[in-house]
Every structure is written in structure tokens, then in C-alpha cells.
Write a protein of this length. Sequence first.
Length: 622
Amino acid sequence: MCGIVGQITFVDRNGVAQSEAIISRLNALADRRGPDDKGLWTDGHGFSTAFHRLSVLDPSPAGHQPMLTQDGRYVIVYNGEVYNFRELRHDLEQDGIRFRSTGDTEVVLYALACWGTGALSRFNGMFALGFYDTAEQHLLLARDHAGIKPLYYMLVPQGLVFASQYDQILLHPWSHDLRASTEALALYFRLGYIPAPYALLKKTHMLEPGTWIEVTKGGMRGGRFFEFPTYREPDLRGREAYEAVDAAVTSAVRRQLVSDVPVGTFLSGGIDSPLVTAKMRGATDGTVRAFTIGTNGDFLDESTDAMAYAREIGVEHFVEQATPDISLQMLNDVITACTEPFADYSIFPTLLVSRLAREQVKVVLSGDGGDELFWGYADRFSSVLGKLPVIDRLRAEQKSKKWFDSGIGMHNPPGPENIGHAYQLKHGQIHEDWLNRIFPDFTGWPDDFAVFAYTGTEPARTAQWLRWNEFVSHLTMVLLKVDRGSMYNSLEVRVPLLDREVIEVATRVDWRSCLDVGQEIGKLPLRHSLARHVRHQTWTKRGFTVSMDSWLRGPLRNTFETVALGRKEILGLPVCNKSLQRMFEQHLSMDVNHARGLWTILSLSLWEAKHFRAREASLLLK
């Protein structure tokens, strides 16, 4: 597990020494991602790359990066783990390759050298990588199937820069004249993060999950090696589905325990991480260490349920409480860890649990992905699926012109216009009315952003589209949060429920074998699997978060008033402070809970001061 950065220059290739110095200094920004080793390599002709390493597999010098093939033609910097590397290694050895190391990096290097981009679909793991061919002078960038590991890039006339952290892009000299993208800001304020392929600055991007790009001086081409289906005809139901899911999860956990250092687990009071923890307990003979964050006994606190799971499963359990006063103590860490704008305040407990785990282990397993694959957001899914008859009725009324005749207007129907629109409203950070009041120059959704473009009403296809939407949108935000919180603490987090085998089985399961709409209970296969290991099981979904609504009325109130109120603009976007003040007053008086919207604005204000304004003073930009 590492932090990677690199640069390929299209023009002025004489400035090799300057390029090395820049990449070296940018690499230093990622030291928390990998404190065990670092390295830098250049071809002397315009390509430089560097890395910081968190040693997990083959911690010997043989695992050092950047890593070159024995003939020196190919070089790789690679952040991640490919869990099926032993099988791939065997195939490559059959082709005559001889390996010098025991880890997965060299396997990934030779797989790409021998099989090209076709190797990517054979990797079962998490990764972000840069792979350079010195003979052809072309660079391949790729990101894993689910977007577990981040990868940003900037493409400008001078060349291309890629990095694990967005601040490495921000502080590169080539970004000096780039300004914030209005499209990116529009997505941030609506969703609470900036999804791939967008990024904050113009001409910068996040590589999309399951995709690759190849860059040369002559241009760029790209492709996709994995795509989550919007619909697949199910062939697994009931007991057969439960058995298939249980087998896949068991295999995934066993596969992802491969490590040369101790592995622990995150443990919540829900379903997913207890299942992963139970499977890990069954797959290992040694002590299993589990880590939990509580919220001091409030309605969000999962620690009591987590303790019950820990006792039944039989793990060594470590618990820490996230009290309200910790919000101010952690504020700087939260903003520093999020090197791009990010507004999911569950980053607070994520940082805490990562810090707690790192005191004991270097690697943990988590339960992320279960909600998205197995219809776990039951209230959200059920409420939207329940709107199908209403949507059909409204469409019928539109066709008969009843909307127009009643004066409502056919282009302004009551409520959501379709399922895609309804789901868009479910994921909104700030209501559109408030966005337009607070930001008078606010823009619409990007024209090419089609994540919520769905107008169907057939139940089976709609249910699968809802899952697809969660996988390609909400899940990527969750994974960004986990990467930021864990790597800031030099901790590797693995996600067995996003193993390629688990995803393959999940897409075959009938949605009705996962979600009880009437009872609003999801993840039925995972629940049945967990029941094989424990008697205790929770039914209320609380989410891994904190009481931001009360924090903004308490310990964060002064911070909001000082940092956010009175502003004339944020990143060049004009602010109507009177409207923002009104929104804040409504929250303080408890008339309306505006926690999500207010934190979205406060987080960006703090981020701008920490990262964007510091960019202007950076020596790298001089």
C-alpha cells in the first residue's frame, strides 16, 4: 500500500533535474500513506515517478518501488493489493518469467508487460497504478474495478501529472493558472464530494473506477475493463442465493488475509463488518483484533452492539468514544486528510477508528460494500420503490393533460418527475432552493453527468438500477472517505465484500431475496450468513457517523460563524451571506436540521484555507 506520483513531459524535456526535484517534493506530501520506504526514478527523457510505501507484502528490499523489469524496459509505481497474485504468478512462470520478490508488485509489473491492458481484468484486488514503457515512451494509468484506491491526473499542454492525493496535483507548477471548475463545485455542493471523472480544478480529473488511460506525446486513449451492470437477469434466489453469497464471502475473506504483517478488523454494530469479522475469526488460528468507535451513548452509538458481537465471535476488542469535544480536536486532521473537497462528516469516526487500529496493526478488513451490493439502504430503497405507482399515475395524468388543465403545468409536475429525480433528491446535500439563494451564480448539473438519468418504472429493473446507482455513486464517496481516513494514519483497509467473486455472485441474486420492502429490511443474504456465526443481530440502521447537527449548535458553532459567515465568495463562487445566515439561524433554533448543508459549506471553507490558499504561497508554484 503506497502513495504514488509521477509526471510525463511533452515539451521542454531538457528540464529533467527540475522535474525530479518537483516530483520528489510532491512525493513528500504522501509520507503518511507509506512511511516504511520511498523511492524516485526517472528515465532522463521527461518521465519521473516516485512512491511512498506501507510495507505489507514482501517488506524486504525486493519489494521496493519504483520497480523495473529485469531488462529495464518497464517501470511501475503501484498502490494496492492484488489478492490473486499467486495464481497470476504461476501463469507468468509458465511463460518463462522468473521472479526476484515474493509480493504482488512484481507480478502486476510483469502481467502488464506480458498481457498489456488485458491484465487489468484478471486482477482481483484494489489498485491505482502508473506503468511506463521506456521504449515506446507511453504511460498507462489504471484504477481498480470499484474505485477502492484513488488516482488523480492533470492533463495540460506541458504534459501529464498523476498522483494518489489531490494536493499533489494542486501544488504542481503546471496547475498554477488553473481555476476551480464550476461543474465540480456544482457536484460538490449537491453530493458532498466530487465524483470521477471530475476534479476541482479545470483540466484535472479523477480516473474512473474500472478504467485505464494510455498517454503519449501524441495523445491519449482509454478503455474500461470493468463495468457494474445496470441490469442482469437474476438466477439465484432464496436459499440457493444465501449459500452462494456465504461461500463467496468466505472465500473473499480468506483471500484477503494474505499478508506479511498482522491483520485486524473494523467492527460496527451492524451486519457487514460483524460478518467479515466472523469469517476472519473462522479463517485464522491466531488472535483477531477488532476496533470500534462509539458516540458516547447517543442514538447513533453502535458500540454496545459491537461489544455483543465481539463476545460471541471471540475477538480482542478495542473501543474508543467520539465525544462532542473531539470535533474541535480533530478538525485540522479532517481537513488535512481530505486533500480534495469532501463533506461526509463520517470522516471523523473513520479517522478515529483508523488511528485506534494503527496502534495495534498495519492492515484491517472492513465491511464496506455490503449496503450497495445487497440493497442495504432499505429505507431509501423501499421509499423510492414505493413511488413507482405514483410515478405511473402522474405519467398517465400527463398524457391525458390533467396537469396542464389543472394549471400545474406539464413541465412542473408535483413531486419528483421520475425515479432518477426521486433518488437524486435522496442524495442531495443542500436543497436546490437553498443552493440558489446562497449561491446566486450557481450552475446546473453538468450536461454529461448521467448518474440519475433513469425514467423506468418496472420494479425489477428499477431495483437493480437503484443498486447500480449506489455502487457507482455513493459507494465511491464512501471508499474515498475510508482511503483518506485510513491512509492518513498509515493503515491499509481491505474490503472483502467488494472482492470480484462477491460482486459476481451479488449481481446474480434476485433483489427480492435481498430486500423486504414492506419491513424495510435489506441485506438478507448477509444476515443469513451472519446468523451462522452469532445469535445477536441488529435491525436498526444507524450509519457510521456523528451528531453533526448538535456539534454545529455546540462546539463547531463559533468555527462556523468565524470561517463561513460573512464570506463574499468561496473558490470564486459568490455567496449571499444573508441567506446563509438565515439557514444557520434555522438550524440553531432547531426549526430545520441543516447539518448536511452547513457542514458542506463549512468543510469547503476550511479546505480552501488549508489547501487552496496555501497553494498560492507554495514554492513549488514559483
